[in-house]
Design a protein around this ligand. Structure first.
Ligand code: ADP
Ligand code: ADP
Length: 244
């Protein structure tokens, strides 16, 4: 089943030097059950595609084309509708997990804040079991709930970021270089966790952004290669990696 369709997406960022083209007539589809990899060197436009899908690109930047989710073009949604679509339909995980965690709140309270903001729970009592369950899903022990972000390792923080991303029950996760800052062993444990989210049907699919070919070889089912804003190759992992 098709979850998302990107049609002729073009993005121009507004900068001091005028418009800079970051994405040029990019089209692709995302299917249920798959991990779709976006591969390409730094500056190729991968992150911009992710931000476009989250509906985060606004004037003075220019965005054209269509991003269809459940029959609706998210590029013509009102901000109130978009706010609901973000998180509840599509969540994002960044390289810098620290940025999404409030440093003065415990992990439990960080999760509580989001669950409350998004109307998923009304009070702490209601949140308690949900939070323990979320920590379990990302393989963190319950004691982590009482810790503060700075007390966690990079890998643990990335697990919390994944817990936040799935807390709102989205169908799709966009993971933008989620393992780039981690050591190799931690990197693969996070990749396995992401794979398991699909296997366990916690979420339906992942758009996985990385410049790193071995990482795609491990996690992606299908790969799109971008170069200077354009798609230059697309196919099953085995095909794309065989013909570099
Ligand atoms: P990638 O994720 O493949 O590294 P990006 O999407 O981050 O590529 O960047 C694509 C192009 O858009 C680059 O030229 C980059 O400098 C530019 N760009 C990205 N984000 C912004 C922004 N917020 N404002 C202006 N230019 C940007
Ligand atoms: P709110 O309306 O709750 O303040 P926004 O949608 O304005 O939230 O987003 C605030 C910040 O959170 C954004 O700058 C973005 O970096 C991050 N963000 C937005 N949507 C998501 C998401 N679905 N998953 C993860 N982070 C997100």
């Amino acid at each position: 089943e098709r979850l998302l369709e990107v049609r002729d997406l073009t993005v121009n960022w507004y900068t001091n030097e005028g418009y800079v083209n970051a994405v040029d007539r990019v089209s692709f589809e995302l299917y249920e059950g798959e991990i779709l990899g976006l591969l390409g060197e730094s500056g190729a436009g991968k992150s911009t595609v992710g931000q476009a899908i989250l509906g985060l690109i606004k004037p003075p930047h220019k965005i054209e084309g269509e991003i269809i989710y459940k029959g609706k073009n998210i590029l013509s949604m009102k901000e109130s509708e978009l706010t609901r679509y973000r998180w509840t339909s599509v969540s994002m995980i960044f390289q810098a997990a620290m940025n999404v965690l409030d440093p003065v709140l415990t992990i439990e309270d960080n999760l509580y804040q989001l669950l409350k903001d998004k109307g998923i729970v009304k009070n702490k009592k209601e949140a308690k079991e949900k939070i323990l369950n979320l920590l379990k899903k990302v393989n963190l022990q319950s004691q982590v709930a009482k810790l503060y972000p700075h007390q966690l390792s990079g890998g643990m923080r990335q697990r919390v970021a994944i817990a936040l991303a799935i807390a709102t029950n989205p169908e799709i996760i966009i993971a933008d270089e989620p393992t780039t800052a981690l050591d190799l062993v931690t990197q693969f444990s996070i990749l396995n966790l992401l794979k398991n989210l699909i296997i366990n049907k916690t979420i339906k699919s992942i758009i996985f952004i990385s410049h790193d070919l071995p990482v795609h070889a491990y996690i992606s089912d299908r790969i799109i290669i971008m170069y200077r804003g354009k798609i230059v190759e697309e196919g099953k992992k085995e095909e794309v990696i065989k013909n570099p």
